[in-house]
Design a protein. Sequence first.
Length: 79
Amino acid sequence: MTKFALRWRNSVAIGSARASNVSTTAIGQGAKASGSSGTAVGTQANATAGSSAALGQRANATALAAIALGYEAQAKGIW
């Protein structure tokens, strides 16, 4: 079963994903986008800061405008 959670306007969540801020996008099982304008794509991808992007399995972007790309990629610094 596909589950999704939308909490804010202009948000998109597909496939057991959670988009929980303005203009966020979360796609994939367990993906979470909680930073404003954040994008999380992939299994358990996580974008938690404004304008951050996490793309890939367990990718994690936790700083403003950070980009984490690839398997278990981490982006924690600003820009």
